[in-house]
Ligand binder design. Structure first.
Ligand SMILES: Nc1ncnc2c1ncn2[C@@H]1O[C@H](COP(=O)(O)OP(=O)(O)OP(=O)(O)O)[C@@H](O)[C@H]1O
Length: 598
């Protein structure tokens, strides 16, 4: 307990999460109220047994028992004992249920808030955090935290109330024996605290190792295709074995410290009985105490260590919970870097002139000292089709991520229709931009929901978007049409078909700016014709930024921007750039040569 009080850090961490308890006040208060009769019944039982023995021995008893015959007194005491047993039986179940219920509800609330927080974090956070680790935090850690709120915190309160009730009863009955037991409690508590501290450290390590294990698991599952095609199974299994072994060793350490605590308590509670017998018999022999009282104290010495043992067990789960709290609060503390401004502006979508994009002295780097985009100045007129071209790693995709505000420029600003994108609500910015990437990601759900993505479009709009993007025939040929279930992996859609769905997803939103990042790279010839047709339709009357490695696909762009190492080095139409005989010309010639050789 002292260790807990000393850990102000922990308490301040915990206090961040206390409001969650406040949401379930009624259950919480119910479970707290039930603690009182439970503790009282527990503390009275040894007294009743002691009185029964005294009645049997004709020794002094409580006043109310003195006018009764021995059998009447014994009957009354047995009835009272039965009543305390009934109280404990009846209330313990209800109280346990309430406590678990509070824990589970708090866990569910925190899990939900954590999910919302994590999905609001900038992409930058995901660059440095493996998905497996996040999953561990959202599942195992939240679960461990739930224990703090259920069995942990309230359980500890219940044990403390029991301990207090027993202590008061003991001191009331016989102070010397009570003092002896209290003195024995002190070194026990010190030993427990020592092992607790060790346990806490071991537990933190174990959780870290579990995160690593999950991260490795997740990487292998997601990359299973590559794992198998490069025959990396044995190699990866070896790596997994190492991670698994490390986890095992870390868990072993926690078990060791946990067992050490139980063993200490086991030993000390026996020692306590011996000590009570020793001092108690001495007092009985000296006629300072009767045998009934000694019997009551032997029961107390067992009872006293029982809540202490439970307290230690709960401390263990609370310690695990504190580790989890640290890791969860870490995530809650992760600032949401990209937020809507306090005063946002609106885009006027109605004018035909909307869709102008302007990069003004934009600098950006994923790491502070490594600029990936350097002093970029571009103006794209409404309706213009612009292609971004350049060697691999030149920064083409980065420009798109900046425009979508997945990352913020370190210097300079980006304007859409004259408004800084930081002043636009993110919802509006992203609605204004239709992005199609190389892989059309599918969510678990049916075809329609993969097009609407949860927004309230009616079925007619979904079908119209599908027709516009040449995917309607395909969808209608699926076993359940628009209601066919899809999921990210293992669907029977080809890369091209998924891409057509991604087009429909954008078409239904009717964005003013279309962004294609290698959107047609993965397609077979048949699908490419379909996609090209859909694309021509989508592109009309929209500003578009297109990234394509195959330069033949962007010949018709109004403007081609050539990048090298994050700098714009050429800007013009295909013909103008060819005449200039620069980087674009050499890239184009290289590709034409490649095509001829092929
Ligand atoms: N998430 C990231 N974290 C750190 N560095 C990154 C990240 N994404 C890209 N980079 C680096 O930024 C540079 C530009 O990357 P970007 O993806 O914009 O290039 P690109 O021109 O689109 O390349 P490609 O044609 O190969 O897709 C590269 O040097 C890359 O290593």
């Amino acid at each position: 307990m002292l260790a807990l009080l000393r850990r102000w850090d922990d308490w301040s961490l915990l206090s961040r999460l206390l409001p969650y308890l406040g949401r379930h006040k009624r259950l919480l208060i119910g479970s707290l109220i039930l603690l009182v009769p439970l503790a009282l019944a527990g503390a009275v039982q040894p007294m009743l047994v002691g009185q029964a023995i005294s009645v049997l021995q004709n020794k002094p008893t409580w006043e109310m028992l003195q006018g009764m015959s021995r059998s009447q007194g014994l009957n009354l005491l047995s009835l009272a004992l039965l009543a305390t047993i009934v109280v404990r039986l009846a209330f313990r179940g209800v109280q346990g249920y309430y406590v678990q219920e509070v824990g589970q509800r708090v866990t569910a609330d925190i899990r939900q808030d954590l999910f919302q927080h994590v999905t609001a974090l900038a992409v930058r956070f995901f660059d440095r955090t493996p998905v497996g680790k996040l999953v561990t935090r959202l599942t195992n850690d939240v679960e461990a935290l739930g224990e703090v709120f259920s069995t942990g915190a309230i359980g500890i309160l219940s044990d403390i109330v029991s301990l207090l009730a027993i202590a008061i009863a003991m001191f009331w009955l016989q102070w010397q024996l009570a003092l002896l037991l209290t003195v024995l409690l002190l070194p026990t508590t010190a030993v427990i605290l020592y092992f607790q501290r060790r346990y806490r450290k071991a537990n933190y390590r174990a959780r870290e190792e579990l995160s690593n294990l999950n991260a490795s698991l997740q990487e292998n599952m997601v990359g299973i295709g590559i794992v198998q095609s490069f025959r990396r199974e044995a190699y990866n299994a070896q790596q997994f074995r190492v991670a698994n072994q490390r986890y095992l060793e870390a868990v072993d350490r926690t078990i060791f410290h946990d067992s050490a605590i139980s063993a200490t308590l086991e030993w000390i509670s026996l020692a306590a009985i011996a000590a009570v017998l020793w001092l108690g018999s001495f007092l009985v022999l000296q006629d300072q105490m009767n045998f009934g009282l000694l019997a009551a104290f032997i029961l107390y010495s067992q009872r006293l260590f029982d809540p202490l043992r439970q307290l230690a067990e709960k401390f263990t789960s609370i310690q695990a919970g504190f580790t989890a709290i640290e890791r969860i609060v870490d995530i809650f503390n992760e600032p949401i870097e990209i937020r809507d401004a306090a005063q946002t502006q609106q885009l006027s979508l109605e004018t035909s002139q909307s869709g102008e994009i302007h990069f003004e002295n934009v600098w950006f780097g994923y790491k502070p000292d490594e600029p990936v985009i350097q002093n970029l100045n571009i103006t794209i007129q409404p309706g213009q089709k612009v292609a971004l071209v350049g060697p691999t790693g030149a920064g083409k995709s980065t420009i798109i991520r900046l425009l979508c505000r997945l990352y913020e420029p370190t210097q300079g600003r980006i304007l859409i229709d004259g408004i800084d994108i930081r002043n636009l609500p993110q919802v509006e910015l992203r609605r204004h931009l239709g992005v199609i990437l190389q892989d059309g990601f599918l969510f678990a759900g049916d075809v329609s929901s993969n097009i609407t993505l949860g927004e309230p479009y009616d079925q007619e709009a979904v079908q119209a978007a599908a027709r516009r993007t040449n995917v309607a025939t395909l969808i209608e040929s699926l076993p359940q049409g628009y209601a066919t279930p899809l999921r990210e992996r293992g669907t029977n859609l080809s890369g091209g078909q998924r891409q057509l769905l991604a087009f429909a997803r954008v078409a239904i939103r009717d964005p003013k700016v279309l962004i294609l990042d290698e959107a047609t790279a993965n397609l077979d010839v048949g699908t490419e014709a379909l996609v090209q047709e859909a694309l021509d339709d989508l592109l009309s009357d929209r500003t578009a930024i297109i990234i394509a490695h195959r330069l033949s696909t962007i010949r018709n762009a109004d403007r081609i921007l050539v990048l090298r190492q994050g700098q714009l080095i050429e800007d013009g139409s295909h013909d103008v750039l060819m005449a200039r005989n620069g980087l674009y010309t050499s890239l184009y010639r290289l590709q034409s040569l490649g095509a001829e050789v092929a």
